[in-house]
Design a protein around this ligand. Structure first.
Ligand SMILES: *Cc1c(COP(=O)(O)O)cnc(C)c1O
Length: 349
């Protein structure tokens, strides 16, 4: 099929994402690694998911030449899906809440996609199903993220990390840390660690009171969020179908102020901006590292830089926007800087 050949060509043209190393004075003997998923052509880890969802739809016989493609997404998934739809010459519709940031609507439209805006954010899934009933192929990121990715390898994110760590002093990480949006990334990493028989543990870093955090503790799939968050891509209000609790060894809940401060800190550390969920990951890494340090353990911790910070210029990187929401990350930023020097945990137990 022509579409499969096009996706194979795209994969062959693509390079792997960098695994960047950092060392902090407060954590001697503990090396930190961050996989730069912002460096994909569409700027986030959703590039992997979008490629997998198109392949999955094609290989299941659900996607045909010229067919319209739809998904419910107001974030990075819509941008990556629009990019792949354009590559394949397929019309793409992103179902989004009408309150979605104009910048994101513009991003999807710039890639040739159309935005179907619905007034009530709770109606996006129903609207995508309605589009599908009228002949569109529903990529269904929340329903299929966990199974569309080849969890045993095929250069999924986990296999890539393990391969890139091979020459490091501590090649088997003590922890891998990621967030949970669709749950696809955590499911893929957790399964792969078991499949390969690694002792590495998996930590999900999520905003305080997220649906995942609340559900994971009690294995309650009906759990809902008890807090709301400014961090996009993670911190879902409910337990999404792709959340696999059993492969997750720990959940670290991070207050938004810390996530945002950590996103600012990442700019100092790497010389470029990353989004809020990358900050959430950094805070969780420091929390786990402080516990390792207290136990006298050495080793490595791997996490992800999930998307580009430019998307948040007018939000998380804009002090006036933050003030309007009653958020001031400057205290948390000083605190995190002190943690890098002292090795103390950033969050109180
Ligand atoms: C989707 C997303 C995540 C979480 O990844 P999942 O595989 O969907 O759980 C984290 N950060 C950002 C910016 C995302 O868009």
């Amino acid at each position: 099929m022509a579409a499969l050949a096009t996706l194979r060509q795209e994969a062959a043209r693509s390079a792997d994402t960098h695994l960047l190393r950092l060392d902090f004075p407060g954590f001697p003997g503990i090396a930190f690694y961050f996989k730069d998923e912002a460096s994909h052509p569409t700027g986030s880890l959703k590039h992997r998911l979008a490629r997998s969802l198109f392949l999955y739809a094609l290989c299941n016989g659900r996607l045909h030449e010229g067919q319209r493609v739809v998904d419910a997404s107001s974030g990075s998934t819509a941008i990556s899906e629009a990019w792949f739809a354009r590559l394949l010459g397929l019309p793409f519709v992103a179902v989004m809440p009408a309150c979605t940031a104009p910048r994101k609507i513009a991003d999807v439209e710039a890639l040739g996609g159309t935005c179907d805006l619905v007034g009530d954010p709770a109606q996006v899934h129903a609207r995508a199903a309605w589009q599908a009933a009228r002949g569109a192929c529903h990529l269904d990121q929340f329903g299929l993220a966990e199974r569309a990715t080849d969890w045993r390898g095929n250069n999924n994110i986990a296999e890539s990390i393990v391969g890139q760590m091979a020459q490091e002093p501590a090649p088997e990480p003590a922890w891998i840390v990621c967030g949970a949006g669709t749950g696809g990334t955590s499911a893929t990493i957790g399964r792969y660690l078991r499949y390969r028989g690694l002792r590495t543990r998996l930590c999900v870093a999520d905003p305080t009171g997220s649906g995942f955090a609340n559900g994971w503790r009690t294995r309650d799939r009906a759990a809902t969020a008890t807090g709301c968050t400014l961090i996009e891509g993670i911190g879902r209000p409910c337990v999404e179908p792709g959340f696999v609790f059993e492969v997750v060894d720990a959940v670290v809940e991070v207050p938004d102020e810390h996530s945002i401060a950590a996103a600012w800190l990442l700019e100092d550390l790497f010389g470029r901006r990353y989004g809020g969920s990358s900050g959430t990951n950094l805070v969780a890494c420091l929390q786990l590292a402080a516990a390792m340090r207290a136990r006298g353990e050495h080793g490595s911790i791997v996490s992800l830089l999930c998307d580009r910070g430019e998307r948040y210029e007018g939000t998380l990187f804009d002090p006036a926007w933050l003030r309007g929401r009653g958020v001031d990350p400057s205290g948390a930023l000083q605190h995190l800087r002190a943690c890098l020097r002292s090795g103390e945990p950033p969050l109180s137990a």
